[in-house]
Ligand binder design. Structure first.
Ligand code: SAH
Ligand code: SF4
Ligand code: F3S
Length: 466
């Protein structure tokens, strides 16, 4: 057992004792929690860990904020808009606290890992009881205990760790997320994530395999492996790489689908493409953020690949992984982006034909390299470029969707709506395309064979194949 694991074990024992003390304190009444996630899948998955700890302390999930005895906001700061949303939402809790003074309010996550922001929030909102960042998750039980004893807690210290062994209360019942690594070393010049999530650290492949086996036993059939750059995963025990990990997970009985995100183009290896092609459970979809189609801008972004390299990866993927779909992230209006640079992005989008493009206006983040660059683009120009790009993507998507008509594939059904007396199921193909089709509610959580018969603007319409 490595030192890390021993330390984690010791911490978990202490935490469990603290959670039991809180449970004892609360034994005469029901206490409820409400957690809202403002960020990415990593952020939601951290919320599932906090929920796991709260449930171990005897709390139960509240359906709405108004019912809760503790409210936690798990924040994001990747763009300015995300931060402003949190400040607005926290402000709106004042009224609830006035009505119920025993209510505990906490703010955590990436935004409050930034010292200055955490302090500002703590000072401005006196009714907030706990503020902590991303590295203090393992200290949550003791922070909560202090608050229950009447203290206010601001805690943004704490080493970057690999949080093993924390109980997790998962939102899903057949599909769920599994962290394979934490942090990021890439320092793309626009991005705050490495500053608020710390350096890259991978989990042991043994712990990951154990977790996925356990999930399979609990009935989960789809897992999504999470990391800021899964392609640079390396097990600390034995140098197991990401493609090797995929091959190991592919052998686990009960698991039917394996997804992963995110992949950085600079680290996408041909071993990974082989693993995607050869592992039956690994889905035929890759999220491969390109960010820009202009080499000049890619260099300023510190992405460490060129447009040509990206296009050659797309070609290799399509060549070797039959039926693969590629989605992406794109930033418009990066400092110094000219009309010509932007047109390079448009032409790349046209060439590749992404299945989905998540598009963003560049948002300066304090402390990053790009925030100090010359040539900031006017917000109205950024908006114009975003609209133009979105229009093009919508047009391409509509055109590309037609190629699926007549194809047959398995859809993992996520849920349904009732419309005009019919049950309309929704779910995803292996390639991550969304499909809607008529069926019965007992199909939720199962893989159903569907033929695509029509398309809408964003998704596909199918019918069950008997
Ligand atoms: N690790 C992942 C995700 C990072 S955040 C990756 O490397 O792709 C998700 C997306 O947010 C990024 O891909 C990028 O497109 C966008 N993003 C990050 N920082 C941004 C900023 N300052 N302004 C606008 N978009 C940003
Ligand atoms: Fe941010 Fe780049 Fe790391 Fe992704 S790879 S989290 S964009 S620094
Ligand atoms: Fe995710 Fe936002 Fe943090 S995108 S990693 S929650 S800054």
């Amino acid at each position: 057992m490595g030192n890390e694991t021993l330390l984690a074990d010791k911490m978990n024992t202490l935490n469990r004792m603290t959670l039991l003390r809180i449970k004892e304190l609360h034994k005469d009444m029901e206490y409820r929690y409400y957690i809202e996630s403002f960020g990415c899948q990593m952020n939601s998955h951290d919320s599932e860990r906090i929920a796991g700890m709260l449930e171990e302390a005897g709390y139960i999930k509240a359906a709405v904020k108004e019912e809760a005895d503790i409210i936690l906001f798990n924040t994001c700061c990747v763009r300015e808009h995300a931060e402003l949303r949190v400040f607005g939402n926290v402000g709106a809790l004042r009224e609830l606290k006035e009505k119920k003074p025993t209510l505990i309010i906490g703010v955590c996550g990436c935004m409050t890992q930034q010292e200055e922001v955490a302090k500002r929030l703590f000072k401005r909102f006196r009714f907030v009881d706990i503020v902590f960042g991303t590295h203090q998750l393992t200290q949550f039980p003791s922070m909560l205990e202090s608050v229950l004893h009447g203290e206010r807690v601001l805690n943004i210290d704490g080493a970057e760790n690999v949080p093993e062994g924390i109980p997790i209360k998962r939102d899903g019942v057949f599909s769920t997320n599994v962290n394979i690594m934490f942090g990021c070393n890439n320092f793309c010049s626009y991005c705050i994530v490495p500053y608020v999530r710390g350096r890259e650290r991978s989990r042991s492949h043994i712990n990951i395999i154990n977790e996925v086996e356990e999930l399979a036993n609990q009935g989960f059939i789809e897992i999504t492996l999470l990391g800021q750059n899964v392609n640079s995963y390396r097990s600390p025990d034995s140098d197991v790489t990401f493609p090797q990990l995929l091959r190991m997970l592919n052998e686990i009985n009960g698991i039917k689908r394996i997804r992963f995100m995110t992949s950085h183009p600079k680290d996408l290896s041909s071993e990974l493409i082989d693993a995607m092609a050869e592992c039956g459970k690994v889905c035929k979809h890759i999220h491969l953020p390109v960010q820009s189609g202009s080499n000049r801008i890619l260099e300023k972004m510190n992405r460490r690949y060129t447009r040509e390299k990206y296009l050659s990866l797309v070609e290799a993927l399509r060549d070797r992984v039959k039926g693969v779909e590629i989605s992406t992230d794109i930033i418009v209006g990066f400092p110094g982006e000219t009309r010509e640079d932007f047109e390079q992005t448009l032409s790349l989008v046209e060439t590749v034909g992404f299945s989905t493009a998540y598009t963003f206006m560049y948002s300066p983040r304090k402390g990053t390299v790009a925030a100090k660059m010359d040539g900031m683009i006017d917000p109205s120009e950024k908006k114009r470029r975003l609209l133009e790009l979105n229009e093009l993507e919508a047009h391409i998507l509509k055109k590309n969707n037609v190629k699926f008509i007549g194809s047959v594939g398995d859809v993992l059904v996520e849920g349904y709506d009732e419309r005009d007396g019919d049950i309309w199921l929704r779910g995803k193909l292996s390639n991550f395309k969304a499909v809607y089709f008529k069926g019965s509610s007992d199909m939720v959580g199962r893989l159903i064979k569907v033929e695509i018969i029509d398309t809408t603007n964003n998704s596909l319409i199918g019918r069950v194949v008997q």
